[in-house]
Design a protein around this ligand. Structure first.
Ligand SMILES: Cc1ncc(COP(=O)(O)O)c(C=O)c1O
Length: 459
């Protein structure tokens, strides 16, 4: 029996020839192609690479599933890179937003939506990190966090990590090592150190026996580069762009100690990991570490563009950040954004989706783990909750990454078979919605297994 036959499957039109449980690109993509081509006459270049590759045009969506204009059903584990926390078209969410649209649509007034959001967040925010300022893009929230760190410390230097991603405006771009070629000059005072990416450890060591050599190195980077003005260390608790890299336990705590040594803040960029994605409300809570500032977004709005900076009251009180109009933005805390956060947080809480993310994520990791032996290209399978990574390599001994062309062929084969994933370098990144059920994950796992076991270097 093949993995396909074993998969439990969603209810679907199994009668479509070639479709497994009704999923996959089984109908010719005639309408989608015409639609995509017409759009591209006006849409500028530089769209997300996976969107350009897939050329998907979506007619309808429900939970973890999308249907393209030609009627092909696809399991969406790309999840807008972690945005899709409660699934497509969650009925309570759509009803709440539709109702909110009939009230004041513009203005950061006090509003029923804002009060509902505050009430929903009170129990959700971690410990004394209980104040939030809202924005509409991730990079905007990261920039605000940098301004906050400057306000608190009176300093202006930042340390970030190789493989990280924090956005594309000047401050966040300066934090994003390895992705700024051709975009200089960048602000001075930004330096970077290797992340705890154990599968590609630059020191060729193994955790936990390495004594966190990468943290020691980060300390040296600060000593060698800083003018004594380090404002913050900025780190993702799980690095998304480099393939959902999960550092060993204790890493964030060790970085927190380094930040203290230099009288600097620890900023945890929880844009992707926050609001339950990793099986804790916030990923830093897997450790006993208290960052000074969190940046959040993505899953927090269930698809509505809303992001935020979270900190304790005494941190937020620092000037100039705290002065009137100094930390606001045009769209920050508009009623629709607040309603989106209120509704998403209520659904996460009522349906216990943080726990579901932990359980489903562990099951998926177990079900995918042996691909490192069975699938010719799979070098590593990892994850935290429902942020999972399957790293493709051409040499399992040296961990030499699979080239881009091969990774793209694997991505398209998976799409053909019915699972849409996200890419990050040579890693397939999976972001199922946090309310995904076991039947749905097992169907996707079945497709992933069969496709990846069947694919070699020739693609
Ligand atoms: C950790 C992290 N920070 C910041 C950002 C930037 O967010 P945005 O694309 O909304 O500007 C992202 C986006 O992927 C992210 O993953």
């Amino acid at each position: 029996m093949t993995d396909h036959e074993r998969g439990s499957g969603l209810a679907g039109d199994d009668d479509v020839p070639g479709a497994w449980h009704g999923f996959g690109m089984v109908r010719p993509r005639v309408r989608s192609e015409a639609h995509w081509t017409e759009e591209q006459e006006v849409i500028g270049p530089g769209l997300q690479a996976v969107m350009l590759l897939s050329r998907l045009c979506v007619a309808d969506a429900d939970g973890p599933e999308i249907v393209d204009l030609d009627g092909n059903r696809i399991i969406d584990f790309q999840g807008a890179g972690g945005v899709n926390s409660i699934g497509h078209a969650e009925p309570r969410f759509t009803a709440a937003l539709a109702e909110e649209l009939t009230r004041a649509t513009a203005g950061a007034f006090g509003s029923p939506a804002r009060l509902d959001m505050v009430r929903a967040l009170r129990d959700f925010l971690p410990g004394d990190l209980d104040m939030i300022q809202l924005y509409s893009g991730g990079t905007e929230a990261v920039e605000a966090a940098l301004r906050l760190a400057k306000s608190v410390t009176g300093k202006h230097e930042f340390l970030s990590f190789w493989g990280g991603f924090h956005g594309k405006t000047m401050g966040s771009l300066a934090l994003t090592a390895g992705a700024r070629s051709g975009l200089g000059p960048l602000p001075p005072g930004y330096f970077s150190a290797p992340y705890a990416n154990c599968y590609h450890c630059p020191f060729k060591l193994r955790a936990p026996d390495c004594g966190f050599a990468c943290v020691e190195h980060a300390r040296d980077v600060i000593k060698e580069n800083s003018t004594g003005a380090l404002a913050a260390i900025v780190v993702e608790p799980v690095q998304g762009r480099s393939g959902n890299v999960v550092p060993p336990p204790g890493y964030l705590t060790a970085l927190g100690e380094v930040a203290r040594e230099f009288d600097a803040l620890l900023i945890a960029d929880e844009m992707m990991t926050g609001f339950g994605r990793t099986g804790a409300a916030f990923a830093h809570q897997h450790e006993k570490v208290r960052p000074d500032v969190l940046t959040v977004g993505k899953g927090m709005g269930g698809g509505y563009p809303v992001t935020g900076v979270i900190a304790a009251e005494q941190t937020m009180a620092a000037a100039p950040f705290s002065e009137p109009s100094a930390s606001s933005s045009s769209f920050g805390a508009f009623p629709m954004a607040c309603r989106a956060v209120a509704s998403t947080t209520a659904i996460l809480t009522e349906d216990k989706l943080v726990g579901n993310a932990a359980v489903r994520g562990r099951e998926m990791l177990d079900q995918l783990a042996d691909l490192t032996e069975l699938a010719p290209l799979v070098g590593d399978v990892r994850g935290a909750g429902l942020a999972l990574g399957i790293e493709l390599v051409v040499d399992k001994r040296t961990h030499e990454p699979a080239p881009k062309s091969l990774v793209q062929r694997v991505y398209l084969k998976l799409l053909e078979a019915g699972v849409l994933v996200m890419l990050g370098g040579n890693t397939l990144r999976l972001y199922p919605p946090l309310n995904v059920d076991r039947t749905q994950t097992e169907t996707a796992v079945g497709i992933l297994r069969e496709t990846l076991i069947g694919i070699g270097r020739e693609g």
